[in-house]
Design a protein around this ligand. Structure first.
Ligand code: 13P
Ligand code: SF4
Length: 308
């Protein structure tokens, strides 16, 4: 069956908007109405006039869309598509942790469960984390979660040495090999290194550009260089290559070359076939208790307000 064709027909008939994260496979990115980073997709989810949002990404992203558009039907083709980073911080563990920091402002990366967002003062993504933290008074005490690498990067930029950072990490970004990136750079000495701030500090030190997936894509379009080593999930290479067909994009190698770690195993659970059956059956749907939505929403709306 030609799933792409069927999806495009059904989506029109049902007034459905398909949102896909940059880490989805190329065939999925090609049928989406919007492809973007987590901030861009949440902004679109908040503003869309479509009846149905079909989210090609992981659980927390579809939950964010539902929180922002609770009256719409939000479909997620693979509910088991989690996130190792979101899993590294449970709401119960966070509640216990925060007892030690009763007067701190809680800033959570959007890669968190809805329950964790309900305990959060302000959400952020990798594209606005620095801006949000810099806009707070210098003496405001902050707990940042769940990513230790993004947290340590923000600390170094904002000079907030006393910021408390949760000890979580993403299985894809932790796995890039510093030694192999250095070897690759010897092979391509004029290649620039692009890295997502979820990478370890030892990788970020080597980078010419650190940024969210959208920021790395923009940089690769505008920079006059024609070779890039890309230290983030492999899905982003599709948009980079589409935008700059004459440039060379080389995925940064993971420590274990047999593990396929450049791919987020959760993101890659979504397939065209699952998208088709999800849209046809209008199921699985993201369902969240309305009280929980109201609690979690405040932190996301604050983020969207502060990102303008
Ligand atoms: P972005 O904020 O760049 O979309 O990244 C989300 C993510 O899950 C990174 O691993
Ligand atoms: Fe989560 Fe990492 Fe996958 Fe991003 S790449 S969705 S942080 S597991």
């Amino acid at each position: 069956m030609d799933f792409s064709k069927k999806i495009l027909q059904l989506k029109k008939k049902k007034n459905c908007v398909i949102l896909a994260h940059f880490y989805q496979t190329a065939d999925i990115q090609n049928i989406a109405d919007f492809v973007g980073d987590s901030l861009q997709l949440s902004q679109i989810a908040a503003e869309t006039s479509a009846n149905i949002i079909l989210f090609c990404g992981v659980n927390f992203m579809a939950e964010t869309a539902k929180i922002l558009s609770p009256d719409k039907k939000v479909l997620l083709p693979e509910p088991a598509a989690g996130c190792s980073l979101a899993d590294s911080c449970s709401a119960n563990d966070l509640k216990a942790f925060l007892k030690n920091y009763p007067s701190h402002t809680v800033i959570s990366y959007v890669n968190t469960s809805v329950e964790v967002k309900a305990l959060t003062d302000i959400c952020c993504t990798s594209s606005n984390a620095v801006k949000i933290i810099e806009s707070l008074p210098k003496n405001e005490k902050i707990v940042f979660l769940p990513d230790r690498n993004l947290g340590s990067y923000i600390k170094s930029i904002t000079k907030r040495d006393d910021m408390v950072v949760w000890d979580g990490a993403c299985h894809v970004h932790e796995e890039f090999s510093v030694e192999k990136i250095i070897e690759l750079k010897k092979e391509y000495p004029d290649a620039k290194i692009l890295a997502h701030p979820e990478c370890k500090k030892t990788v970020l030190i080597l980078a010419d550009k650190i940024g969210s997936t959208a920021a790395l894509l923009e940089f690769s379009k505008k920079d006059e260089n024609d070779k890039f080593i890309v230290a983030t999930e492999s899905g982003i290479l599709h948009q980079m290559q589409l935008a700059s067909p004459n440039k060379l994009f080389i995925p940064a190698p993971p420590i274990d070359s047999t593990c396929g770690c450049n791919d987020c195993k959760y993101m890659k659970m979504v397939t065209l076939e699952k998208i088709y059956t999800t849209l046809k059956n209008e199921n699985p749907e993201v369902i969240i208790d309305i009280e929980l939505i109201e609690k979690a929403k405040k932190s996301i709306l604050r983020m969207l307000e502060m990102s303008k």
